[in-house]
Design a protein around this ligand. Structure first.
Ligand code: V47
Ligand code: SF4
Length: 392
């Protein structure tokens, strides 16, 4: 599958549009694309053109390596004070009997249910419950770390953190230090949506704003923590809004180097206040993955989150710039199930993930949260894996 240098040169030289040829040359010589060049790609480039270039970049960075981890999620609550129009998942506090709220003991029960299983990460994310304080989450993380110190805690979107910090009357910098001391190691990328105010004011006007989101991630990076960044795409945003979003992320990454992964999240339209907005086509989705890989030249990784995209489309993204498929997940998240994803019970065994990646002609690499290699499965005997309960 390796996209050869001469293959890309041919792709570029056979392109009829001079502007696109120039962009192609810049990618080949590792020059940064300008804001306008990002827009030009969205406006004019074919799927084949951006796909070939993105695959070239992906293979230059990672070869055929395709990463995944063994993880589970805890969603402490879906009660939320905010009213994002695209959200199918949350319930307002006044309707909280329709939702769920886990106690610290219930969260610990979930953690303990993985005792003896080879997971390396717990991903904690949920709604913003008005009664769950920063102290509650500090206590839970200390209990998790006391029980299983080596389990990496990736948790809380900047939306949850912003609310926690404001309620606790601490600055983002102070709050992040307190959470780090309690055991928090990385931040997930959620809550970014679309940074541009023309869109943000329409789809999520009442939660953390763009500056707040960036400040929280900057604070985490300045403490040596890593984080991810998402972009909710395929709804009412236009190409300028997408590039504006990526540009802000690229600038912060230049400053801190703390982002691991960019995760485009495809808008799903079931059971929310934007159900009248059509979902984007697979071709548009793949173009977006590819252009993101080209624009975000300083992000090491790009993730396709398979519970949202479905496993076949996630497999397809591996030819359009993506090098990471997230994790096994074990049916522990409801966000996409409730928004209409094909994956109504998101769980993949290690063997299933490995086969999915191998079918796409790539090398499956189990990683930890920070992308250290745990195991290379490219030469493993799949039948032997299947027979081993450790991998199923
Ligand atoms: O911010 C909510 C998205 C995000 C819908 O960092 C929706 O590894 C599509 O951030 N259609 C939360 N998307 C999830 C998240 C995440 C997921 C997996 C891995 C990581 C990581 C982070 O879910 C929200 C929002 O953008 N979302 N509703 C919807 N209807
Ligand atoms: Fe709340 Fe997050 Fe849903 Fe927005 S996307 S309503 S912040 S749970």
């Amino acid at each position: 599958m390796v996209e050869t240098y001469s293959g890309v040169e041919q792709l570029i030289s056979s392109e009829k549009d001079a502007e696109l040829r120039k962009i192609g040359e810049k990618v080949l010589t590792e020059q940064r694309l300008s804001f306008q060049e990002g827009i030009t790609l969205f406006e004019k480039a074919s799927l084949g053109f951006v796909g070939g270039l993105a695959n070239y970049v992906r293979e230059k960075k990672h070869g055929d390596n395709t990463y995944f981890n063994r993880n589970f999620h805890i969603e402490p609550t879906n009660v939320c004070v905010f009213t994002c129009a695209f959200c199918s998942y949350s319930r307002l506090y006044k309707n909280r009997e329709e939702g769920w709220e886990l106690s610290a003991d219930q969260m610990m029960h979930i953690v303990k249910s993985y005792d003896g299983k080879p997971v390396t990460e717990v991903h904690i994310v949920g709604g913003v419950h008005p009664k769950l304080t920063m102290q509650f989450f500090i206590d839970v993380m200390k209990r998790i770390k006391a029980h299983r110190p080596e389990l990496h805690i990736k948790g809380y979107t900047a939306v949850e953190l912003d609310y926690m910090f404001r309620k606790a009357k601490v600055s983002p910098e102070e709050g992040m230090q307190l959470l780090k001391d309690a055991g928090l190691q990385s931040l997930p990328g959620g809550g970014a949506e679309i940074f541009h105010p023309d869109v943000r004011s329409k789809i999520c006007h009442d939660k953390v704003g763009t500056e707040g989101w960036l400040r929280i991630h900057r604070a985490a990076h300045n403490l040596g923590m890593h984080s991810n960044a998402t972009m909710l795409f395929g709804h009412i945003e236009d190409y300028t809004h997408r590039i504006d979003h990526m540009d802000k992320l690229r600038n912060l990454q230049d400053e801190t180097g703390g982002f691991n992964t960019f995760i485009p999240l495809k808008f799903r339209n079931k059971n929310n206040d934007m159900s009248n907005v059509a979902e984007s086509s697979v071709v548009e989705d793949m173009r977006l993955y590819a252009i993101s890989r080209l624009y975000l030249d300083n992000f090491p990784h790009m993730k396709a989150y398979w519970p949202m995209l479905g496993r076949q489309n996630a497999q397809l993204t591996l030819s359009f710039g993506v090098d990471d498929l997230d994790g096994t997940i074990d049916d522990t998240t409801k966000i996409y199930t409730m928004a209409g994803s094909e994956e109504q019970k998101p769980a993949l065994s290690t063997t299933e993930l490995v086969s999915l990646i191998r079918q796409a002609g790539r090398h499956p690499i189990e990683r930890d949260t920070l992308y250290n290699t745990i195991k290379d499965y490219s030469e493993e005997d799949l039948d032997a894996l299947e027979a081993n309960p450790h991998y199923n």
